[in-house]
Write a protein that binds this ligand. Structure first.
Ligand code: HEM
Ligand code: HEM
Length: 345
């Protein structure tokens, strides 16, 4: 029950607090750590593919017959087994995030989101195992790449949802009319980024398994026409949307840092990604067509291109959820229905 004493001290009683869950610094920092580790896990996975090391450890869930014993970290085994170990660690930490969230977070949807993250990471681990047991078929490997980036985005979103700024009422908001185009175009960008990811991963896995360095099962021009040209064409749509969102957040919503900062990062990452894309084309298709073994340049450029792609997707997801959070009228007063409760008390 709200008392006059509490009201006179201008304390917002917990039952009337606009924030549905109190900020917990340690919990938030832990979710940020897990999201950062998930990004490193994406890079570790990319290193497996770029080094053609997918089958260096032929069994799963064991590694050379052992569940815990670390095999000699030589050749492709160091990439493949390190990726598995980082994946297991991130899986374990995701379970800790869920348990911790159930203990400290009052938001029901947030609790279930962390359960979803645990299920997603488990599914991803099973896809990783299936790709090994089926000799890295491009379809499963592509699915593994796509679900991996999705899980990174989910963990990044969890880190945003536990932040202090998310839990406090935003000082500045956009009107619904202004927010409409921003939210619509953010969703469109997420869609085109997924298409970009599927085409890029499809190209990479078909090329390395069925193309010139693999079995020559598919002629190079066929792989390029089906996956790479559409990937380059779709990059134009992605670039157009990033430019639109970047410009809009920097000009129209520059008073809202939670929109301006991701908008600015999207523009920076886009420039980097287009340069890395051209680099990936050169090292993979122009130079790489005659290479039996992946060169250092090929590994470096393709892993960086995949990593920056994952960052662009995650920043777009964060921009979209922040756009929803910053929509509506500024809540500088207690909402009408709650002020009546206060008056009654
Ligand atoms: C649970 C979290 C995991 C995440 C987020 C993850 C993520 C990734 C990513 C992003 C790639 C690169 C895909 C690409 O280059 O297109 C990859 C590759 C790979 N991952 Fe994972 N992975 C996880 C777990 C596992 C597990 C448990 C295994 C068990 C064997 C595994 C096996 C592989 C293999 C073999 C590749 C190379 C696929 C190929 O070259 O065809 N992954 N992973
Ligand atoms: C903003 C635009 C772009 C985004 C977001 C993007 C994203 C990606 C991603 C995520 C992958 C790896 C997928 C995976 O295996 O999981 C990839 C692969 C690739 N992309 Fe892009 N890309 C973009 C633009 C370009 C451009 C303009 C080019 C070429 C001119 C290009 C060339 C390539 C190539 C050659 C690969 C395969 C790399 C390999 O074989 O290892 N990309 N892209």
């Amino acid at each position: 029950m709200v008392t006059y004493a509490r009201m006179l001290k201008y304390e917002v009683p917990e039952e009337l607090s606009l924030s549905p869950s109190p900020y917990n610094a340690a919990h938030h920092r832990f979710t940020v750590l897990v999201a950062v580790l998930a990004f490193l896990l994406i890079l570790a996975g990319a290193l497996v593919t770029s080094n053609n090391a997918g089958l260096a450890v032929p069994d799963w869930p064991t590694s050379f017959g052992h569940l815990f014993k670390i095999p000699p970290m030589i050749g492709g085994i160091k990439w493949e087994h390190s990726h598995r170990m980082i994946a297991e660690f991130v899986g374990l930490l995701t379970i800790v995030v869920a348990i911790w969230t159930w203990r400290v977070d009052k938001r029901r949807w947030m609790r279930w989101l962390t359960i979803g993250a645990v299920l997603g990471v488990t599914f991803q681990g099973i896809l990783g195992g299936l790709t090994v047991l089926n000799f890295t078929p491009p379809l499963i490997s592509t699915a593994h790449g796509v679900v991996g980036q999705t899980m990174f985005c989910v963990l990044a979103a969890i880190a945003v949802f536990t932040s202090r700024s998310w839990l406090e009422e935003p000082a500045e908001k956009m009107t619904r009319k202004d927010a409409g185009p921003l939210i619509r175009h953010s969703w469109m960008l997420i869609g085109f980024l997924y298409l970009q990811l599927i085409l890029g991963a499809g190209f990479r896995h078909v090329w390395t398994k069925w193309g010139p360095p693999g079995s020559n099962h598919w002629p190079t021009h066929k792989i390029i026409h089906i996956f790479l040209y559409p990937h380059i064409l779709n990059a134009l749509l992605v670039a157009g949307l990033v430019l639109y969102l970047g410009m809009r957040t920097l000009s129209k919503h520059s008073n809202i840092p939670h929109l301006k900062v991701p908008g600015m990062w999207l523009l920076i990452l886009l420039v980097l990604q287009l340069m890395l894309g051209i680099g990936a084309y050169v090292v993979r298709v122009v130079q790489g067509v005659d290479e039996a073994q992946p060169t250092l340049a090929l590994v470096g450029v393709t892993v960086a291109h995949l990593g920056v792609g994952a960052l662009i997707l995650a920043v777009t997801v964060i921009l979209t959820i922040q756009a929803y959070r910053h929509t509506g009228e500024p809540a500088d007063v207690i909402p009408f229905d709650r002020s009546r409760e206060v008056a009654r008390a």
